[in-house]
Design a binder for this molecule. Structure first.
Ligand SMILES: *Cc1c(COP(=O)(O)O)cnc(C)c1O
Length: 365
């Protein structure tokens, strides 16, 4: 069967009509990957699964929302799209806009954007504007600009983004034959994704395609944890740049997802995120970007606090957690290189190589 994008796959659940011209890069249908080594390390009754959203066309989950947002921008007659971005939204918006023949403008925080993401926006032909400020200020600016100019705003406050992103929940439930996971784990930045997933699970449950609902477990970086602290953070800080956000646009909806699902939103330190980032790559062979690791770090944290000890699975005898790996590790090669060991540099001879890899004692004459 030819792979299609999320609008075609879930058309009946999305605001499109027969005549809608769909702009797609065949996003979605990303794999659920079991994480047996991590599961064993985290909790004896827990099966952890990764939904690897880094395998979307531009390397992050943002593509699910962008196919909808750009499709509707075109349908509504816009000639250009604009977004504020910590990186992945700009990569996705510029790619889908290019495909639709629309202009794209992206506002990013100067110097705080991962190299891969910036290169994407540039090569897709976006007008890239770096502001001397943070994401929250960039979002304020694009909101003001789109109030007075005919440019489509494609941040996740655009309801079509949420519509597209909810398809991630449909896919998980479909892969598990109608059972939602017991726990849905994800990083929280601007909080569009937690909002979208909760909407997707609820709609699938109402449509009787999902028999149960998950608890939503969201995690912010400790230096950018407004929802946990209960107030905006003026100068958010974290090496997980995709969630470096101090005043999330979907704050209230995220709290609703947390409370209605009986879940939680907690925070993890950069050290915890870094450890999870390396562990995922080294023990499961899956390379996701730092922000994605915040969810894993959170899962480890709450497991250590005994969170899972009194929980019962919906079906079977084991608990199931799905962690959304929101973006590909290759987006941010600098973070990987900083987090890992430096390569050995040796002379070009066999003895030197053997010594470097620990297979013999140094040769002495
Ligand atoms: C956008 C993004 C997030 C945060 O998602 P929100 O919807 O803003 O909460 C997390 N990780 C990555 C890789 C992202 O690109």
């Amino acid at each position: 069967m030819l792979h299609c994008g999320v609008i075609e796959r879930y058309r009946e659940h999305l605001p499109v009509t027969e005549s809608t011209h769909v702009i797609s890069l065949n996003e979605g249908s990303t794999p659920l990957i079991s994480a047996p080594n991590l599961s064993k390390a985290i909790h004896p009754r827990l099966d952890v699964w990764f939904k690897f959203e880094g395998l979307n066309p531009t390397g992050s989950f943002k593509d699910r929302g962008m196919t909808m947002a750009v499709t509707k921008a075109l349908e509504e007659g816009f000639k250009a799209v604009i977004c504020a971005s910590t990186g992945n939204t700009s990569a996705s918006a510029s790619a889908y806009a290019a495909r639709a023949g629309l202009k794209s403008v992206v506002l990013i925080p100067e110097g705080k954007i991962a190299l891969g993401k910036l290169s994407q926006a540039m090569i897709h032909g976006a007008i890239v504007v770096q502001i001397k400020g943070n994401f929250d200020q960039a979002l304020q600016l694009v909101r003001a600009i789109t109030e007075n100019h005919p440019i489509a705003l494609v941040n996740s406050i655009n309801p079509y983004r949420i519509e597209g992103q909810k398809t991630g929940a449909f896919e998980i439930v479909d892969d598990f034959d109608g059972r939602a996971p017991d726990f849905h784990v994800l990083p929280v930045g601007n909080a569009g994704n937690i909002t979208a997933y909760w909407k997707g699970y609820r709609e699938y449950n109402e449509a009787e395609k999902a028999r149960n609902l998950p608890r939503m477990l969201g995690f912010q970086a400790a230096g950018a944890a407004p929802i946990v602290l209960g107030k905006p953070v003026k100068h958010p800080q974290t090496f997980a740049t995709a969630i470096r956000i101090g005043n999330p646009a979907s704050w209230a909806a995220a709290e609703k997802a947390r409370d209605e699902s009986g879940g939680l939103i907690d925070m993890v330190t950069d050290d915890e995120i870094r450890a999870a980032y390396k562990m995922m790559a080294a023990t499961e062979g899956v390379f996701a970007e730092p922000a994605s690791a915040a969810g894993i770090a959170g899962l480890i944290k709450v497991a250590q606090q005994g969170y899972f000890d009194d929980k019962e699975p919906f079906g079977g005898d084991r608990l199931r957690a799905v962690c959304i790996l929101t973006g590909h590790g290759l987006k941010d090669p600098d973070s990987a290189i900083k987090a890992a060991e430096e390569p050995h540099t040796v002379e070009a001879n066999e003895d030197a190589v053997l010594e470097a890899i620990g297979l013999c004692e140094p040769v002495t004459v």
